[in-house]
Write a protein that binds this ligand. Structure first.
Ligand code: HEM
Length: 506
């Protein structure tokens, strides 16, 4: 109908399903926006979808109309079949989700949580040390840093959420996190035929299109195990009186000894939600950071000279340096990373629970609302030359950047990258802390270069909800003898005081 937002002409029956399923949907939407404007209507097999390609439209619909735009679409494969709808990002905006989000806030929802600092700092140091081993064993062909990055992301998260101390090599829970994550991503691809043709759900297992059943069941099993096992570990230590502080211990304590099975299940899913949310996004953005540094050597140099001026390669940077504002260029680099490589490029879809209107168009009830976070971050009216990685766009001329005055500094990209409205990411402050410490520590001791002839391509990302650069290798070297000394001085086994259980502390 003419009152719907503009969009490409649907192909009869299949609608725009073909556009939807193209790789890197976010880039497709970005191109469509040039043709049709910032609010685009698509339909896939009769399912209406609206894509928002500007910050203004996303705020207007997802924040200002959040009373009716905060639910999630239900996909058969991700939900009833693979069971990922027990995690917060896929839950409906009802009482259980609101309770979960309330639990998250005191733990990760403030900027001043210094207990997070210590863990972030110590485990990032271990990441730096683990990378040293990769450097040692790699040849002139370089190596793919993804394993070490995934290790760090999981290890930080397992510690904060469960008080679990991951082994540097072959840790079973780190391994389980990766396997469960892979099947989560797979189950959450919208392109499963069963999502679009629901009666397929009932076909027998031997039928050619029935592979979704096996894959979904396998996914459910790995997710259940990941939800259960680290919590069992925490409970056992709690019973022994040796559980270090953690998110899950805190929730258990709040419930007290008379915790019901229902409450226990909600602790289990709140915990694994945070674990998954943290482990996967942090891994993505740090991997993108390695890519950006190998593609932009002059930016890397500038960041390193800022670090050296203050630290003189005598110590590693710490969250306190961040608090003190010691490194404006590193801050700008982190902002640019959050803009250039948003880990959840097409956001998590919302759905309209009532029919509404916007700029005179109808937004029908049941329409999926997709905020193209990647596209909003590449809005050339806010960020000129948007595909270029350029921290200088967030600095004034006096700081060696592009802007005449502070007032000219463009919108902080975290406003888009962490989503909109009532479902906005509750992990933003923790995420920003982890990004900063990883960036600052890595650059203070390592040089990152491309492997000649194998330069990573910044537009090549896996087409998943949480997206990763396609696998690439980097040539990573220790910057100097002083840097080498710093890396060698990192201890692998000393737990931070915060991690010691009350009995161990006394
Ligand atoms: C760079 C890192 C991260 C990025 C880019 C990111 C991005 C996002 C986005 C776009 C959403 C969906 C918002 C919406 O629906 O409009 C989201 C939801 C969520 N994120 Fe993050 N996130 C990051 C890190 C984290 C961390 C570290 C945690 C946990 C410690 C976390 C936990 C969550 C949770 C629980 C939700 C679901 C909220 C809900 O559906 O109500 N995220 N995130």
């Amino acid at each position: 109908s003419s009152s719907l937002p503009p969009g490409p002409r649907p192909i009869p029956f299949v609608g725009n399903v073909l556009d939807m399923l193209k790789p890197r949907g976010w880039a497709t939407y970005y191109d469509l926006a040039k043709q049709y404007g910032d609010v685009i209507y698509l339909s896939a097999l009769g399912q209406p979808m609206i894509i928002l390609n500007s910050h203004t439209a996303a705020v207007d619909i997802l924040a200002k109309q959040s009373a009716i735009s905060s639910n999630r679409p239900e996909f058969l494969m991700a939900g009833p079949i693979a069971g990922t709808d027990r995690l917060a990002p896929l839950m409906q905006y009802d009482h259980p989700l609101k309770t979960m989000r309330r639990h998250f806030i005191p733990f990760i929802g403030t900027q001043s949580s210094t207990h997070l600092w210590e863990v972030a700092e110590q485990l990032t140091q271990r990441f730096i040390k683990r990378l040293r081993k990769d450097v040692e064993t790699s040849d002139s062909e370089g190596f793919d840093p993804r394993d070490s990055i995934s290790w760090a992301a999981s290890a930080i998260s397992l510690r904060l959420i469960y008080g679990y101390d991951s082994a540097v090599e072959d840790d079973i829970l780190v391994h389980r996190t990766r396997v469960a994550f892979d099947s989560f991503l797979r189950a959450n691809e919208p392109s499963w035929t069963v999502n679009w043709i629901p009666p397929l759900r009932h076909i027998p297992p031997w039928f050619p299109l029935a592979s979704f059943r096996k894959i979904g069941q396998q996914g459910r099993k790995t997710l259940d195990a990941l939800a259960r096992e680290p919590l069992e570990y925490m409970k056992k230590r709690m019973a022994q009186g040796t559980a270090p502080e953690s998110f899950s211990r805190k929730l258990f304590e709040e419930h007290g000894a008379s915790i019901t099975t229902e409450d226990e299940s909600s602790v289990e899913w709140a915990s694994v939600t945070l674990h998954g949310g943290m482990a996967n996004t942090h891994g993505s953005i740090v991997y993108s950071f390695f890519m950006a540094m190998s593609l932009y050597p002059e930016i890397q140099k500038r960041a390193q000279s800022e670090l050296d001026r203050v630290l003189h390669v005598e110590r590693l940077p710490s969250p306190l340096d961040r608090r003190m504002g010691a490194f404006p260029y590193i801050n700008a680099l982190c902002k640019e990373l959050v803009r250039w490589a948003p880990a959840v490029p097409s956001g998590v879809p919302h759905v309209m629970t009532e029919t509404s209107t916007y700029r005179g168009w109808t937004l029908p009830k049941g329409t999926y609302i997709i905020a193209n976070l990647w596209g909003i971050n590449r809005d050339a009216t806010i960020y000129p030359n948007p595909h270029k990685f350029r921290p200088e766009r967030f600095l004034t001329k006096a700081q060696g950047g592009d802007c005449e005055t502070e007032a000219d500094i463009p919108m902080d990209p975290s406003k888009a990258t962490f989503g909109y409205g009532r479902r906005r990411c509750p992990g933003q402050y923790l995420a920003e802390l982890l990004i900063w410490i990883s960036v600052a520590m890595t650059l203070s001791v390592y040089n990152i270069e491309c492997v000649k002839g194998q330069e990573p391509c910044p537009s090549e990302y896996e087409n998943w909800v949480i997206s990763y650069p396609k696998a690439f290798k980097s040539k990573i070297t220790v910057r100097s003898d002083e840097a080498e000394k710093l890396v060698n001085s990192i201890s692998n086994d000393e737990p931070p005081s915060w991690m010691r259980s009350p009995t161990e502390r006394s």
